[in-house]
Design a binder for this molecule. Sequence first.
Ligand code: FEO
Length: 396
Amino acid sequence: MGKKITDKVTWVGKVDWELKNFHGHEYSTNKGSSYNSYLIRDEKTVLIDTVWLPYDDEFVKNLKKEIDLNEIDYIIVNHSEVDHSGALPALMREIPDSPIYCTSNGAKFIKGQYHEDWNFVTVKTGDTLEIGSSTLTFVEAPMLHWPDSMMTYMSSENILFSNDAFGQHYATESLYNDMVDNSELYAEAIKYYANILTPFSKLVTKKIEEVLSFNLPLDMICTSHGVIWKNNPAQIVEKYLEWANDYQENQITIIYDTMWNSTRKMAEAIAAGIRSADSLVTVKLCNASLEDKNDIITEIFKSKAILLGSPTINRGCSYAIAGLMEMVKGMKFVNKKAAAFGSYGWAGDIMNLLSGLLEAAGFDLVNAGKKTLWVPDNDEVDSLKEFGASFVNQIK
Ligand code: FEO
């Protein structure tokens, strides 16, 4: 059922507590998610976005409890990805002539996914739609995070319908940011930024500056996932500006995989060396085969430097490290330093291989790396500690 946000705006989305993976299996959603859809009732009636495909019938059924579907004057699709447009075909079967407001890319992408020639009305930044006592203003947001993305601002209620931007994959029965555990909320918000928006950070900064230059009053940011930012909505905008500006904390993350614990022992000795050289830096160890890949991406996002380690397997590295680095490469991290380490028995050139993966992903290599033959003995453990301590100095 709908949840009233203001006299004119009602949330009509779907909270999905069961969702554990998103984008196929590219993004782990351990805290579930929501697909937020909003119904505006002014002199005209407007629906903003829908929900993910598996919930299409439920969405339409619930919407009918709120309103006679024939009273919907306009549908706005801020973003055509299936988690927001999935219920569109079921809805359009009921009201096939309703105009769909979206960007020109949005119209192409909807057609590409659903092969329907609906009544599209394409809009650009600054275009407006008068709906009575409120005006809706459209703001294109290409590549935040798809080429079709846009936001819609509603005057009178001072709401920015931001779609994916400022969202979180976070299921909650509470609608607003001040009604949930804020440590959980921010953990999901930074994970969302790190894994989805990092490659587009420069565009994030530009778009936020552009929207701020309009000097629009802002009472709420109604995202398409997770909570609505109602209490001090500027806080998440400020966080985005911070995260978009080559964000890093005083953290070094050691990411490794291990077969028979040799590389794990190396990682632990390197961590001890880092700790002995710098008592303030946060050091975290992540086994790439065991840790959630998206949590590792978030840890890299927060780090000023990483160390990447792998055992040698058939002259190569572990599949977990190779797979992770393929994801990391797509994140286009900048201003982060790195070095490689790895164990071997009789063959292979693990350090060059790992160093190559780090360079291809945009990291600044600070040394040639450290390799260990078989299992580190006491002397080698000391040498690894020295390697860790000198890494601290090299990244200063
Ligand atoms: Fe939440 Fe890009 O879809």
